[in-house]
Design a protein around this ligand. Structure first.
Ligand code: SF4
Length: 402
C-alpha cells in the first residue's frame, strides 16, 4: 500500500462495510495511544462503526499519566534560582497537587519569572546546556539546565542519548527529572481487573517500532486478548478494528497478535534504541496519575548516571497536596468511561478550565472529544441498507472541526 492510500476514501469505505458485515454482537475495543485517539475522533471513525462497536481509550497520553507530585517537583525545580527548565509544551498547564494554589502548573511558574523553555526533543535541552556552559562569563555561575523527561518507550531513547552524551561531555550543569513510563505494565494493571470489560486491544505501532511486539504476545496469552498492532491513519485504524472484529467473531474466538504495522514495526523492534535505554535506565515501580503505583512500569537512572538525577540534585521542600478534584481521569484512562460520560465534561471542565490532564494535553482523550465533538454524526444505517456511490460516501476529512 502506498503512503497516500492510508486516508483513501475507497479503502475506508471498503473497510467500514466489512466491519459492519462481520460485527454481530456488542464489542468494546481499547486503544492506547494519544495519536490514535485524536485520529479516531478527528476523522469521525467512531461514527462510522456499527452502534454495538465501542471504542474506549486507555493510558495512551504520557502527559495525562504523569503524577501530580511529579508536576509539583517540576514546578519547584523550575522555580529554583539559576535553573533553566526544559519541557515539552504539553506539560505547561498540567495541574500539580496544590489545587488550592494558583501556582499549580509550570505556566504559572513561568509567569512568575521561572526560566521555563519549551523544547521539541530532549537533545534540545542538551544543546541549551552546552551553549550555557560555553557562553557564561568568567567567574559567573553556570546555570543548571533541567530536562523534564516524560514519555513512553518512544521518547525514552532520546532522553537516554541526551544523558549519555552529557556524561561523555562531563556536562555537570545538565540533569533530568525522569518520569518515563512503559505501556505493557499499565495494560497488565488494566486487564488484571476482572471487570475490565474490554474485548480487544489496538496496540500502538510506534511503541512496537521501538520495543518490539513480544510484550503483546505475552498479554494476548495471559489475558486471552486479541491484539492488532496498527498505526494512526484512517485506513490503519480501520484495518486494526476489522482485524479485532474478525478475531472476536471467529469460532472459536482467536486471541493472537497481528502486526498490521509490519511496514515499520519489526518483531524485535529497534535494538540499538533498546540498548541505549538499557545502558542509561533501569526498570522500576512507577506511580501513574489516576492508576496508582504499577510494578515495573517506569524507568530510573542506572547508578553510573545517578549524578544526572535532578530529583536528588534539588532539595524537595513542597509536600504533595491533597487532591479533591471531581475529575474522572482514572476511569477514562482505564477505559471504564469515555470522556463524554464524565459529568464535568464540557461544563466544569474544558480546555480553558481543565480539571484534569486529559483535557490539557494535545494527546489527551478529553481534549480530543472536546475538540471534535461538533462533528456531524454519520448515519451508519446508510452503510448497510444501500450501496453508496463514491460521491455519497463521507470523506473523513469533511468532518474536520473548523
Ligand atoms: S472531562 Fe475533565 S474532569 Fe472529566 S475526566 Fe476529563 S479531564 Fe477529568
Amino acid at each position: 500500500m502506498q503512503s497516500t492510500d492510508f486516508g483513501n476514501p475507497i479503502h475506508v469505505e471498503s473497510l467500514v462495510r466489512q466491519i459492519h458485515a462481520k460485527s454481530t454482537r456488542p464489542l468494546t475495543l481499547m486503544e492506547v495511544c494519544g495519536g490514535q485517539t485524536h485520529a479516531i475522533l478527528r476523522y469521525g471513525i467512531d461514527q462510522l462503526l456499527p452502534p454495538n462497536l465501542r471504542i474506549v481509550h486507555g493510558p495512551g497520553c504520557p502527559v495525562c499519566v504523569t503524577p501530580a507530585e511529579t508536576i509539583d517537583r517540576a514546578i519547584e525545580i523550575a522555580s529554583s534560582p539559576g535553573v533553566i527548565f526544559c519541557t515539552f509544551g504539553d506539560m505547561l498547564r498540567v495541574p500539580g497537587s496544590q489545587s488550592n494554589s494558583s501556582a499549580n502548573d509550570l505556566m504559572h511558574a513561568k509567569s512568575q519569572g521561572a526560566d521555563v523553555r519549551v523544547i521539541q526533543s530532549p537533545l534540545d535541552a542538551l544543546r541549551i546546556a552546552r551553549a550555557e556552559s560555553q557562553n557564561t562569563s568568567p567567574g559567573a555561575p553556570i546555570r543548571q539546565v533541567v530536562l523534564f523527561a516524560i514519555g513512553f518507550e518512544t521518547t525514552a531513547p532520546a532522553t537516554a542519548m541526551a544523558i549519555r552524551q552529557a556524561k561523555e561531555l562531563q556536562l555537570d550543569s545538565f540533569s533530568a527529572l525522569v518520569c518515563h513510563v512503559l505501556v505493557p505494565p499499565a495494560l497488565d494493571a488494566i486487564f488484571a481487573d476482572v471487570d475490565h470489560g474490554i474485548d480487544g486491544l489496538l496496540a500502538a505501532g510506534h511503541v512496537c517500532t521501538i520495543a518490539g511486539d513480544h510484550p503483546y504476545h505475552r498479554l494476548a496469552n495471559q489475558f486471552n486478548l486479541p491484539i492488532a498492532i496498527t498505526g494512526f491513519e484512517p485506513v490503519d485504524l480501520l484495518r486494526g478494528i476489522l482485524n479485532l472484529v474478525e478475531q472476536l467473531e471467529a469460532k472459536p474466538t482467536s486471541c493472537r497478535v497481528d502486526n498490521l504495522y509490519e511496514h515499520i514495526a519489526s518483531a524485535e523492534g529497534n535494538l540499538p534504541a533498546q540498548r541505549t535505554v538499557e545502558t542509561v535506565f533501569a526498570v522500576c515501580d512507577q506511580h501513574w496519575r489516576g492508576m496508582g503505583s504499577i510494578p515495573q512500569s517506569g524507568l530510573k537512572l542506572q547508578p553510573q548516571f545517578a549524578s544526572f538525577d535532578a530529583s536528588s540534585r534539588f532539595p524537595q521542600r513542597i509536600q504533595p497536596g491533597e487532591q479533591t478534584s471531581c475529575c474522572r481521569a482514572a476511569d477514562v484512562l482505564r477505559g471504564k468511561i469515555r470522556p463524554i460520560e464524565c459529568p464535568a465534561f464540557g461544563t466544569l471542565c474544558d480546555p480553558n478550565h481543565p480539571l484534569g490532564a486529559p483535557m490539557v494535553s494535545a494527546e489527551g482523550a478529553c481534549a480530543a472529544y472536546f475538540l471534535y465533538q461538533s462533528l456531524v454524526p454519520l448515519n451508519p444505517s446508510k452503510l448497510t441498507s444501500s450501496v453508496l456511490t463514491q460521491s455519497e460516501f463521507p470523506n473523513p476529512k469533511d468532518n474536520l472541526a473548523p
